[in-house]
Write a protein that binds this ligand. Structure first.
Ligand code: NAP
Length: 484
């Protein structure tokens, strides 16, 4: 079933300085549910990325000196446009990314919520006055926009990962150039259509779509006009880009991979834990950075929990995201499917037991069955890598200290989850977990009011919340003297 996409939102190439790029060199955008071509998009290269940076640089002074109230008004208009176009944006997103339509609508609302949030925060970019060491001086602290921001975003949340950055950057007074993933360029281009309609001036928001990620990334991380670089994607690519930024000592935010533990203690509400795990694991068919990757269950409740879990997972419907009632869509690519299949096969060869699923799904070439593996151990690759697929890998533990040690035994530090009704344990375990975000009796932790981000090799910087402007502003200290 091919979706009818909105002509108004569908674009054929990059948005640079308020103009739409065109060329004879196109790349295809594919629907992962059926492998059919959805659209073709002009392939931007180094020249277009450089033009976008030039446009953002030219627009910076005008945009950053607008009153905060004006920037707020425009961002709010953009927010309202996202909300009023939710259905069409969601259809576009499902078509190119695969997630169920209802989830795509939630993503558009989630992406929009950052615009709403930062439209407010734009007006709260407060400074400070600090008592000076002598009577003839005043210490004044102001926040200023860092300048041109360049960003690279992944395919798993084509709208929200970009809007989380763009909303904060524009609110602070920065101008913005983004390179979205080549698998999902259409959602990003649709944002440019609505940015223009909202009254965002030319050059303030630019989208560069192309297939040579390495070359585009090199421009975005090395052009001296870029003051700050923000990346969401894998840790491996993040390390390369952070190193490139180091040459110019650019400000950097890194939102990288995760390997979230999901701990079920023996005092947990097991029904709530099952529901929380379904959310934390199966959203976007398991392709989220905060997905529960290792499920650690106390030995005493293991059988009861597993039984309830199998019953719940058996209810999940797999199918094209465009078909009503689908809970899980396809994986993004054949390579992604191969990776999940290999991780499961290797785990089984090393002693894991398939409780449910464990095979490709008949819905299409890129679908995988919702799967539960038991008897998984910490040394298996499935415990050490991001699975990025609909597979629950169950391990057991016997006491709190062992659960914490197992949970922290990873180079990643993005999200962790645990279920417990013991208030002492809630505080002890929260403190001991080495992760930037901890869901306690909750599997859905992301929202615009909360600071999203990781530690260790999951990166640095925070997106959303009252802290979200910090990454896009410089603190400037004014020393006012001669006042005696
Ligand atoms: P990826 O391979 O790192 O790709 C992410 C982005 O980087 C894409 O736009 C990609 O472009 C680009 N890219 C790839 N190689 C590059 C290079 N050498 N130079 C410059 N840019 C390059 O990651 P992915 O597999 O698409 O996305 C999934 C990863 O993102 C997972 O690890 C997930 O945990 C992480 N993620 C983290 C967060 C967070 O907030 N912490 C949120 C979502 C996802 P092309 O696609 O065009 O090649």
């Amino acid at each position: 079933m091919q979706p009818t996409l909105s002509n108004y939102l569908l674009r054929n190439g990059s948005y640079i300085g308020g103009n739409w790029h065109n060329s004879d060199n196109f790349f295809a955008v594919i629907n992962p549910a059926d492998g059919q071509q959805l659209h073709q998009v002009a392939n931007a290269g180094v020249e277009q990325a450089t033009d976008a940076i030039a446009a953002a640089s030219d627009a910076f002074t005008r945009w950053s000196t607008q009153p905060a109230a004006k920037r707020s008004e425009i961002l709010y208009a953009w927010y309202q446009l996202l909300i009023s176009h939710t259905k069409d944006l969601a259809l576009l997103l499902t078509a190119e990314q695969g997630k169920p339509l209802a989830e795509a609508e939630t993503e558009i609302q989630y992406g929009a919520s950052y615009l709403q949030w930062f439209a407010e925060q734009a007006k709260r970019m407060d400074g400070d006055t600090i008592p000076a060491p002598s009577a003839d001086k005043r210490i004044i602290v102001q926040r200023q926009a860092v300048g041109v921001v360049a960003a690279i975003t992944p395919w798993n949340f084509p709208n929200a990962m970009m809007m989380r950055k763009a909303a904060a950057a524009l609110a602070a007074g920065c101008t913005f150039v983004v390179k979205p993933a080549q698998l999902t360029p259409l959602s990003a281009l649709a944002m440019a259509v609505l940015a223009e309609e909202a009254g965002i001036p030319k050059g303030v928001f630019n989208v560069v779509v192309g297939t040579d990620a390495k070359a585009l990334g090199t421009v975005l991380t090395s052009d001296p006009r870029v003051a700050k670089f923000s990346f969401t994607g894998s840790t491996a690519v993040g390390k390369v880009l952070a190193a490139q930024c180091a040459q110019d000592v650019k400000r950097v935010t890194m939102e990288l991979g995760g390997n979230a533990p999901f701990i079920v203690f023996d005092d947990a509400d097991l029904d709530a834990a099952v529901q929380g795990l379904l959310v934390a694991k199966f959203r976007n068919a398991g392709q989220t950075c905060v997905c529960a990757n290792r499920v650690l269950v106390h030995q005493a409740v293991y059988s009861r929990f597993t039984e309830k879990l199998i019953t719940a997972v058996q209810q999940l419907q797999v199918g094209s995201g465009l078909v009503a009632g689908s809970d899980l869509g396809p994986l993004i690519s054949k390579e992604a499917l191969d990776k999940v299949e290999t991780l499961v096969q290797e785990a089984v060869e090393q002693g894991a037991k398939v409780e449910l699923g464990g095979q490709r799904h008949s819905a299409g070439a890129q679908f995988y069955q919702p799967t539960i593996l038991s008897q998984v151990t910490a040394d298996m690759q499935i415990s050490q890598q991001e699975i990025f697929g609909p597979v629950i890998a169950l391990q057991t533990f016997t006491d709190e200290a062992q659960a914490i040690a197992l949970a922290n035994d990873t180079k990643y530090g993005l999200a962790a989850y645990f279920y417990s009704r013991d208030v002492g344990r809630v505080f002890r375990v929260s403190q001991a977990l080495q992760f930037g975000m901890v869901g306690i009796n909750d599997g859905a932790i992301s929202n615009a009011a909360a600071p999203f981000g990781g530690i260790k090799q999951s990166g640095y910087g925070r997106e959303g919340s009252k802290y979200g402007l910090d990454d896009y502003t410089d603190i400037k200290y004014l020393c006012l003297g001669g006042l005696a």
